[in-house]
Design a protein around this ligand. Structure first.
Ligand SMILES: Nc1ncnc2c1ncn2[C@@H]1O[C@H](COP(=O)(O)OP(=O)(O)O)[C@@H](O)[C@H]1O
Ligand SMILES: [Mg+2]
Length: 353
């Protein structure tokens, strides 16, 4: 799949730009704070329906304007498509001219895999970073996942509210919440387990290649919801504690996975270089999993990613990605010998080519 063009109106520091993209590699270069990442953000928003930088959508609208609009025309192996995102007080989204009711209707139209300097937090940061990585990947491929996950979050929220005001500990309502939490939690566990297995199957070889067979990578998933009945028991056991704390201390919202290099936990023992190659392996594994699922390559968004690689690795990486649209941002322009590419200069909210 590939994005043919993108129209950006009053988004971040842009006013009115139309960008015609190349089917293969697109390089946006320019100094800092000119609007390079804003382009990646616009594409990501059109794919996932949310920004990767903020939850406050008002920040996305140009400071001097009241509303913003993005429009993308894309092509897939079996169809053309059009996405429009309007941001005003409320966000509304049109897919092929039809206004969608749920965000899950947007997902899966344009598939993306994003690489940003912050990705290192998937390894180094808290478990919420790893859950987000999984959630974004799975929701692109299984619309039902987002639906069940939202149901889970709603019950969780209700249960937490209830825990805070509960006085009588023999309350039936808690059991109803527990039952629902276990039902949805187990469903989510099955999806996450399935996708961690898929990633695992890919990442082992990818990582061997990247490290010339020097390192063996492994992933371990930990969850409270591996078994519905055991999770129900756990909720019962923790009832007093949950009431004391005023929130639910166990569940799918506490899931995590660990990455090991040669049997050592990466976030404890990993070097800077090992973190970098592991995140690259993880993202390339994600790319292959998406490819296997949908039968075509997702679009690669590489924000400032190239600056992390030396020149030969960068060329090697890009020249090895075939039949994939790649959108790159970087501070210095560079050329490629064995690949088709288009250069764009970004300066103060304007794009020149
Ligand atoms: N809502 C907004 N309205 C206008 N300008 C914005 C808005 N949000 C961010 N900016 C500006 O966008 C620029 C940062 O763009 P960004 O794409 O992150 O830069 P870079 O080229 O370094 O990737 C900054 O100059 C910032 O002030
Ligand atoms: Mg940037």
């Amino acid at each position: 799949m590939w994005i043919k063009n993108i129209k950006i109106e009053n988004f971040r520091n842009y006013e009115n730009e139309k960008i015609e993209l190349n089917k293969n590699i697109n390089i946006f270069y320019g100094q800092n704070a000119q609007g390079k990442t804003n382009i990646i953000e616009a594409i990501y928003l059109s794919s996932i329906g949310k920004s990767f930088r903020t939850n406050k959508e008002k920040e996305l609208i140009n400071f001097n304007k009241n509303n913003s609009k993005l429009e993308i025309n894309f092509e897939k192996s079996d169809r053309d498509g059009n996405i429009i995102i309007n941001l005003e007080n409320k966000k509304n989204i049109l897919v092929n001219g039809i206004k969608i009711k749920k965000l899950s209707e947007l997902l899966g139209n344009i598939n993306v895999v994003i690489f940003t300097p912050d990705d290192i937090n998937i390894l180094k940061g808290g478990p919420q970073n790893r859950r987000k990585f999984l959630d974004v990947m799975i929701s692109q491929l299984r619309p039902k996942y987002t639906y069940i996950y939202n149901l889970y979050l709603k019950v969780l929220d209700e249960r937490n509210t209830y825990l805070k005001k509960i006085e009588n500990q023999n309350n039936d309502l808690l059991e109803i919440y527990d039952e629902k939490l276990a039902e949805y939690g187990y469903e989510i566990y099955k999806y996450r387990f399935e996708f961690i297995e898929k990633i695992k199957n890919k990442i082992i070889n990818i990582h061997k290649n990247i490290t010339n067979n020097n390192e063996e990578i492994d992933i371990k998933y930990t969850s409270d919801c591996m078994d519905k009945n055991k999770f129900l028991l756990l909720l019962k056991e923790r009832k007093k504690l949950d009431i004391l704390k005023g929130y639910t201390t166990k569940g799918i919202h506490r899931d995590d996975f660990s990455i090991f290099i040669n049997d050592l936990l990466i976030n404890v023992y990993g070097s800077q270089g090992q973190h970098r190659t592991s995140i690259l392996s993880l993202k390339l594994a994600e790319l292959q999993v998406i490819y296997d699922e949908i039968g075509e390559n997702p679009i690669l968004l590489l924000d400032d990613f190239m600056s992390e690689l030396d020149e030969s690795r960068r060329k090697n990486f890009l020249e090895n990605i075939k039949d994939t649209q790649v959108i790159i941002t970087c501070t210095h322009k560079f050329e490629l010998e064995n690949a088709e590419f288009k250069l764009f200069n970004v300066s103060n909210g304007k794009v020149f080519f």
